[in-house]
Design a protein around this ligand. Structure first.
Ligand code: ITT
Length: 196
């Protein structure tokens, strides 16, 4: 069964393909290269639906979209849905995470808590559903690690044995087993049965 993944972020494509291969090998995730809609929602769910609807309308296939980001408690949940552009209009991951660390420079543990959030919308014909996955942790004081993308070098997931590592220091397999995206996909799985 083919399912379209409506994202232009190649890191998300790679992570979804790994998660789906491990949990739903009957599904074939295909990319979307059609027109990119204006993401003018102010919530993860609104933006995920905007992207999934555009791909479903263009392809006629069941379409998934992920809208995601990091929500920092000391910043009232920011950057949240604005994570990709936090330091300006150009998507610059290093500038984004440096700005975030600057904004938290006066905040010490235990007040550096944050969550990665992945909101997935699935649109299939008239049916629209939205699920969410949350990955709790806290912000490091300096970036570490080379793996992953976005804010991975500054996010330290909860529940690790010492020495704690940022997600960028984890393998892709470790991340894809427990990430916000994996949790959202797990929540989506019961809704996918009608597609098999
Ligand atoms: P699409 O809209 O085409 O899917 P995008 O990268 O613009 O791609 P979003 O608008 O959902 O996607 O922005 C998500 C941002 O949140 C992303 O650019 C990262 O900065 C951050 N982010 C999301 N998931 C992440 C993860 O697993 N690791 C690190 N940062 C992540």
């Amino acid at each position: 069964r083919q399912i379209v993944l409506a994202t232009h972020n190649l890191h998300k494509v790679a992570e979804f393909q790994a998660i789906v291969a491990a949990t739903r090998p009957d599904l074939e995730v295909i990319g979307y290269d059609g027109p990119e809609p204006v993401e003018d929602g102010v919530t993860f769910a609104q933006n995920a639906l905007i992207k999934a609807r555009a791909a479903a309308a263009h392809t006629g296939l069941p379409s998934l979209a992920d809208d995601s980001g990091i929500c920092v408690d000391a910043l009232g949940g920011a950057p949240g849905p604005f994570s990709a552009y936090w330091a300006g209009h150009r998507k610059d991951a290093m500038a984004n995470l440096e700005l975030l660390l600057d904004q938290l420079s006066d905040i010490a543990d235990p007040n550096r808590t944050a969550q990665f959030v992945s909101t997935i919308a699935i649109v299939h014909g008239e049916s629209e559903q939205v699920v969410e996955g949350i990955w709790p942790g806290r912000l490091a004081t300096a970036p570490a690690g080379e793996g992953g993308f976005g804010y991975d070098p500054v996010f330290i997931p909860d529940g690790q044995e010492a020495p704690e590592r940022t997600v960028a220091q984890w393998s892709a397999e470790e991340k894809n087993a427990v990430s916000h995206r994996a949790r959202a996909f797990a929540a989506l799985t019961p809704l996918l049965t009608e597609l098999s």
